[in-house]
Design a protein. Structure first.
Length: 758
């Protein structure tokens, strides 16, 4: 059976969360210990050094919390080599938690329960570790429920490199010191144990898991017929323990690279992973345009099967997060619930965002329609595609020529470029207008402040509620990016330390919600309201009835011309003195062909790059910003259109800049009023334009921090360039940009922050 493959980063994050869960910092320990850290986990003396540290710490270890005491005691005992004692400590811990956690999913501590027991058996029976671990696996995993066994197997399959990297990082932090704090010693010992355990049992896991899965689940591969389309390949996985028909959970995606069918079966559903691209013939696959019919055909097939109780839930991420909404454009009666993570919305966030097309859309269209396996690897290598972007950018040729420059024109990409507005071409792919009003099934949308696809999730949520204020649609949003949505919340995200409160199991939460929607289970507390959001910096989840309810007291901050260079004032009071900020951009300068926005969420300085910066004075007291940023622009420009990026930061008292959302909000001003109809600007005339950023954020901005807003003209090698002629942007070229772009931002311009009232 194919599991979703964890990414390297996701595996590392899982290991860190793993240690954070198990190696809780002890309190009230004795004085520091002498300690010199080895150079790397591979050093031959690591086992003896760590054993010595554990032996010295054991007699003085103290902790008032019984669970914390037993967990950390077992770690010290394992590191000291006393596995029999560690096995007994973990048994005592399990008995305590069994009473407290009755009915809850198994915890990650099960990994060390298994490892300690295997090592104890190895010493007791004097057998090789492989034999002892196999016996321990059968004893401990064999009796677990399908749900708990799947969780344990998923954790066991994490790459050993993740634990090694975590251990190496802690060794590096400790190496300059001659002593170690006892709390840091416990943390280091947990990292060592994770490294030692995964290195020991890693090679043994695959056959053991495969054997256990075959005993628990029944798997079949089918081809589902679709009228006037090629048959769709699907994997169906059912729990062998089921005695009655079950609801089905369907993921309709592009290919078999992700398969959550087994995970769904482990949670008591029939899991179905259907693949739109795999094994397709004529007519060729066309993304977005036929998924409504294909989803309906698969659902119709599902409810005819003997194992189906006639109810289907759909879920997914990215493209497979779009297909449930494609089905919702004409929802079959059997479709009873939708849950998506960071979904895609054609015409909203792909192949364009803010009505600005992305170069990556060309690469993606070629990849998903590719029928030559020998070319697959070429789509994974970023270097040639970055080179193509730079080649196009330097050439100054129209955006439509991207395929010609590459030597492979693409009809699908050209078709997309023919529809820069959110017109009927895009509207028919998902619900639009009144179709949202008739969607009366439960919906769960999950996204993050740092997801590229956040605008899509917010579009689905907002439009559904706009059309039907009583819609059963729940939003969960926090400090996550697209990778976290798929693989799990990470303690560290591009340099930003995520609040512990946000480190929840997002995938498990999805199944808890499905249990509520399809099995009448209680609603998880994290989803207690329609809008559920984590306040960055406050380490707290909050809940609201609507996005509008988040900000009962929005505050205006004016873009004041006072300042120098590219940095100006962001002020609560509009200046009585007329003034403006002048911005000039050369479209013919291509010396920046290698420039892309930095990925880090925390930086020491700001790279302006065609941006003007507005910064407030230090705040006198904390300010919670939660919701959608809005604004009012008062300006003159010498063009009929302009593309902008808007970024917002908290500048900490130490000078560091923390992004409040990422990527930047992209906005073509001619579509600011209406994404369906284009309203050109009035070149040379002073004019006003209101906008709302389609990215939500929530952060408690600290006292003495500054609020910083960057307004950047979008001119970069991986995006369509708007030269402002008022014509088809994809056909404009550098010849249309001989005269520099000139903008004046007047003092009446302002940003409206969604401030939560106290």
């Amino acid at each position: 059976m194919t599991r979703p493959a964890p990414s390297r980063l996701a595996a590392l994050c899982a290991a860190l969360a793993f240690l954070a869960c198990l190696g809780l910092a002890p309190r009230g320990l004795a004085q520091d210990l002498d300690f010199r850290a080895p150079g790397s986990p591979a050093d031959a003396n690591v086992p003896s050094v760590m054993r010595d540290l554990a032996v010295r710490l054991l007699p003085v270890y103290q902790e008032s919390d019984p669970d914390r005491y037993l967990a950390n005691l077992s770690a010290l005992q394992m590191a000291a080599g006393d596995y029999a004692a560690a096995d007994m400590s973990r048994q005592s811990l399990r008995e305590r938690r069994r009473r407290a956690d009755s009915g809850r999913p198994i915890g990650r501590g099960a990994i060390f329960d298994l490892y300690a027991h295997a090592k104890a058996l190895q010493a007791q029976d004097n057998v090789p570790f492989a034999e002892a671990f196999t016996k321990a696996y059968h004893e401990r995993v064999g009796h677990l429920s399908d749900h708990d066994a799947y969780a344990v197997e998923r954790w066991l399959e994490a790459p050993a490199q993740a634990a090694e990297q975590s251990f190496q990082r802690l060794l590096d932090e400790q190496r300059p010191k001659d002593i170690i704090d006892p709390a840091e010693a416990v943390k280091l010992l947990w990292a060592y144990l994770a490294y030692d355990a995964y290195r020991a049992f890693g090679p043994l896991i695959a056959p053991l898991d495969a054997e256990d899965e075959a005993r628990r689940f029944e798997e079949s591969e089918v081809l589902v017929k679709v009228p006037n389309r090629p048959a769709i390949a699907a994997t169906v996985i059912r729990p062998r323990s089921a005695t009655t028909a079950l609801p089905a959970l369907l993921e309709l995606g592009l290919d078999a690279s992700r398969n959550y069918a087994e995970e769904s079966a482990a949670h008591g559903y029939v899991g179905i992973a259907a693949h739109l691209v795999t094994g397709r013939g004529d007519p060729p696959f066309v993304p977005y345009q036929h998924d409504t019919e294909e989803a309906r055909a698969i659902i119709a097939w599902i409810i005819k099967q003997s194992w189906s109780d006639g109810r289907v839930g759909m879920f997914g991420e990215g493209y497979s997060g779009f297909t449930p909404w494609a089905a919702a454009a004409r929802p079959p009666k059997a479709l009873r619930a939708i849950a998506t993570f960071a979904p895609s919305a054609p015409g909203i966030d792909a192949p364009m965002s803010g009505n600005i097309f992305h170069n990556s859309a060309y690469r993606w269209s070629l990849r998903v329609t590719n029928t030559r396996p020998d070319l697959d690897a070429s789509f994974e290598d970023d270097a040639p595609w970055q080179a193509l972007n730079e080649q196009w950018y330097k050439s100054g040729r129209p955006f439509r020529d991207l395929g010609r420059i590459h030597g492979q024109p693409d009809a699908i990409f050209q078709r997309w470029l023919n529809h820069p507005s959110y017109d009927r071409f895009w509207q028919t792919m998902i619900p639009f207008g009144e179709k949202f009003a008739h969607l009366d099934i439960p919906v769960l949308s999950m996204t993050g402040y740092f997801c590229e696809s956040e605008p899509a999730a917010l579009y689905y949520f907002s439009e559904h509620l706009r059309a039907n204020p009583q819609a059963d649609h729940t939003l969960l949003i926090g400090p996550y990016d697209d990778d976290a949505m798929q693989h799990g919340a990470a303690p560290e995200l591009h340099g930003y330390e995520v609040d512990p409160a946000a480190l929840i199991d997002l995938r498990e939460l999805r199944y808890q919600w499905f249990d509520h929607a399809l099995k009448a289970a209680a609603l998880p507390p994290q989803l207690s309201e329609r809008v559920n959001y984590e306040v960055m910096g406050a380490n707290e989840w909050r809940h609201a009835a609507s996005l509008a309810a988040l900000s009962a007291a929005p505050q205006k901050f004016y873009l004041d011309a006072a300042g120098s260079g590219e940095r100006h004032r962001l002020t609560r009071r509009r200046s009585a003195k007329p003034g403006s900020v002048r911005q000039i951009v050369s479209f013919t300068d291509r010396s920046d062909a290698g420039w892309l926005p930095p990925a880090d969420l925390i930086s020491k300085s700001l790279v302006t790059h065609y941006a003007v910066i507005f910064a407030s004075e230090p705040l006198a007291k904390p300010l919670e910003v939660s919701g959608l940023l809005a604004g009012h622009l008062d300006f003159t420009v010498n063009r009929m259109d302009v593309d902008l990026n808007i970024v917002m930061y908290e500048q900490l008292a130490d000078g560091d800049y923390v992004r409040l959302f990422n990527p930047a909000y992209e906005l073509r001003l001619s579509y600011a009023r209406d994404r369906v109809h284009r309203h050109l600007l009035k070149a040379g005339e002073r004019q006003q334009l209101a906008f709302e950023v389609e990215r939500m954020t929530s952060r408690l901005i600290q006292a003495n921090s500054r609020i910083v807003v960057a307004v950047r003209v979008a001119k970069r090698p991986d995006r369509e360039i708007n030269y402002g002629t008022g014509g088809d942007v994809s056909e404009e070229s550098i010849a249309d940009g001989k005269v520099p772009l000139r903008i004046r931002w007047y003092n009446d311009s302002y940003i409206e922050l969604p401030v939560r009232a106290k």
